[in-house]
Design a protein. Structure first.
Length: 226
């Protein structure tokens, strides 16, 4: 006997199909934003081959490891191939640097907190970097208790910027999620040469000669080569 459209069997199958369709739509609505906003992950740390060091004093360029609690580093990153106009120390503020270098963003800041010269800021996500994609990054750093670059420069702290390097990132969407890529495998270290202010002068000893690692005096917001 044929089953007509009003049969209970047809109605049950129809309801099952509608439930399946709604469940599929719900899964898409949940997964799509997750994929869209997922970002590559890294371990914000360094190792013995990438120590953070600074001058012993404004008049003594002997390098020593920055002590635990004696300074901070900040991670700055962009997608591979993003243009960069000069060294961050050649701008009158960190916001001025970012305004002139679209695509480069501040990712995270951490203190020297493991042993002298070594930091571990945990796992961080790299903004605008697709899961598992490569990113370019460098770090800026300073001595003292200020938690922000601008405040550190204004206070006369020792400041510095590292070389730009490329890193892979972890993919948090795989099953299981990939392990964040440690920056200790690519970070080459950083030194804080003297007490350089945004105007290019030394706060503690303005007559001390500039080293090859220190940018000369420049007008506000003028970029310089790294």
């Amino acid at each position: 006997m044929p089953v007509n459209a009003s049969s209970p069997v047809v109605n049950i199958e129809s309801r099952k199909n509608r439930i399946y369709e709604k469940a599929l739509i719900l899964v898409v609505l949940i997964v799509t934003p997750t994929m869209a906003f997922a970002q590559g992950t890294v371990a914000f740390d360094n190792g013995l081959t990438g120590m953070v060091r600074g001058w012993t004093s404004p008049t003594d360029p002997t390098l020593t490891n920055v002590p635990v609690g004696g300074g901070f580093v900040e991670l700055i990153a962009a997608a591979t191939g993003t243009a960069l106009a000069g060294n961050v120390r050649g701008y009158s503020s960190l916001s001025g640097f970012f305004a002139a270098n679209r695509g480069w963003v501040a990712v995270a800041t951490t203190a020297i907190n493991v042993i002298p010269g070594i930091f571990n800021g945990g796992t961080v996500t790299m903004p605008n970097i697709a899961p598992g994609a490569s990113a370019e990054y460098f770090m800026i750093g300073w001595t003292g208790s200020s938690t922000r670059w601008d405040a550190a420069v204004a206070s006369g702290a020792f400041v510095g910027a590292s070389a730009i390097v490329t890193t892979a990132t972890g993919n948090p969407l795989t099953t299981p999620p990939e392990t964040p890529v440690s920056l200790s495998s690519t970070f080459q270290g950083m030194t804080f040469p003297g007490c350089l202010g945004y105007d290019g002068s030394y706060h503690a000893n303005a007559s001390f000669p500039l080293s090859a690692n220190v940018v000369p005096k420049l007008p506000a917001d003028s970029p310089v080569s790294p």
